[in-house]
Design a protein. Structure first.
Length: 424
């Protein structure tokens, strides 16, 4: 009988342990945890589920302390205050250094200093041409009927003569004013004008140092040559535009306010020319004046709203120089004439201009032409309109000889005409 407790002596326990059979050893654990679901296992091989061996008792990890946000904010505050204090100290120190130092402050550019070698421009570059011409160009202001007429001009002699357009000074009253490229100004006296060629001459009054422009030879200009227009379009002093010669001997006829018709065989260019460019120089690539900018063609409905569309026309300088010389010498210019009237209403099937009354002993009569003859070519230029012949005759200097082809009936004749100046 027992009370549920079995008493054994210590030696009995040792003896029982010596004769007892030890339990079978547990199989080694597999390196995977789910053998039955192993995708690489042979499906016909047995599998045994085991659990990982018990690890010795480990002490529980110490709980993480809560971050001390108050301490972190304090550190950031201290660091920010230190940085701010450093910046303020630097600014204050720099200001005091500038205030009390005798040495200039040098600022180093992040992008580096400018190049030490300035750009070298060729003597025939547009920049070089502009630099050469600008000192000779002036803005012309003339009082006209309570307002001001504004145009351009250029100095042609060391004595202060200035060439411009007649339509710039036409109707003016009082003394004109010329404004130089450097902004200085001087009064100018009107010496004379030639309305038909649209050329006028002023002379600067008082003592003022001037730079005369270099005049070129318009007869040597060719289509395609580079040209530069200089003047004061819309009162913008010293404006420079560039283009090429588009055509030569383009006949131009424009009506003046007093009813006079202006004629010239113009140099056509696509250089930008606008209101205020009138009277300014058209120069070649060498900086020599080859024309006077005078008129533009535009799609605008009125002259006031007209603007540049690449069709500008200049009076050839050879024509303008001859007229200006006569104005300076005599106060007026002489027209070149052929000694015959022209029938405006004639429109021949092959073009040409029909001569009306031929003046006895005049250039046309001396060359054998008669009333009713039709001029077909003049100096190699085809003649289609009366304006063509008049403009080309006006361009020719008195005393020059020109080849002319004319028709009498169905017969063509070639002759040479020596032109003269009018007697008026």
């Amino acid at each position: 009988m027992t009370d549920g407790w079995v008493y054994r002596r210590p030696d009995d326990e040792e003896r029982a342990a010596a004769h007892s059979t030890p339990p079978p050893a547990a199989p080694a654990p597999h390196w995977w945890s789910d053998a039955l679901n192993d995708p690489w296992r042979d499906p016909h091989s047995p599998a045994t589920l085991t659990s990982a061996a018990q690890q010795p008792h480990q002490p529980a990890p110490e709980p993480l302390a809560e971050p001390d946000h108050t301490r972190r904010r304090t550190l950031w505050t201290v660091a920010g205050a230190a940085v701010l204090a450093g910046v303020l100290a630097g600014v204050l120190g720099g200001a005091l250094g500038v205030r009390f130092s005798d040495d200039p402050v040098t600022v180093r550019s992040v992008l580096g200093a400018p190049g030490s070698s300035p750009m070298q421009r060729a003597p025939d570059s547009l920049a070089a041409v502009a630099r050469m011409v600008l000192p000779s160009v002036v803005t012309v202001r003339v009082p006209v009927d309570g307002s001001v007429s504004l145009g351009s001009g250029f100095v042609v002699t060391s004595s202060g003569y200035v060439v411009t357009n007649d339509h710039v000074v036409s109707g003016g009253s009082g003394v004109a004013t010329v404004i130089f490229d450097d902004g200085s100004s001087s009064p100018a006296k009107l010496i004379g004008t030639d309305p038909e060629s649209d050329v006028a001459v002023l002379q600067i009054q008082g003592k003022h140092e001037v730079t005369p422009a270099v005049l070129g030879d318009s007869d040597s200009v060719a289509v395609g040559d580079a040209v530069v227009a200089v003047g004061s379009p819309l009162a913008l002093r010293g404006t420079v535009t560039a283009g090429i010669v588009s055509a030569l001997d383009r006949p131009i006829a424009t009506a003046a306010e007093d009813g006079t018709t202006r004629y010239y065989a113009a140099i056509q260019t696509d250089a930008a020319v606008n209101h205020g460019n009138s009277g300014g120089p058209l120069v070649d690539a060498a900086g020599q004046v080859v024309g006077i900018n005078a008129v533009i063609k535009s799609m605008a409905g009125s002259e006031e709203s007209a603007g540049n569309i690449g069709l500008a026309f200049a009076i050839p300088i050879n024509h303008a120089r001859r007229v200006a010389d006569e104005i300076i010498a005599e106060g007026r210019a002489h027209r070149t004439v052929i000694g015959a009237e022209i029938e405006d209403s004639f429109r021949g099937p092959g073009g040409g201009v029909k001569l009306g009354q031929v003046v006895a002993l005049g250039p046309a009569a001396e060359a054998g032409m008669r009333t009713g003859d039709v001029v077909v070519t003049y100096g190699g230029h085809m003649i289609g309109e009366p304006t063509d012949l008049v403009a080309l005759v006006r361009k020719t200097a008195p005393g020059d000889m020109v080849k002319v082809t004319y028709k009498r009936g169905s017969t063509r004749h070639d002759t040479s005409v020596t032109l003269v100046a009018d007697a008026d």
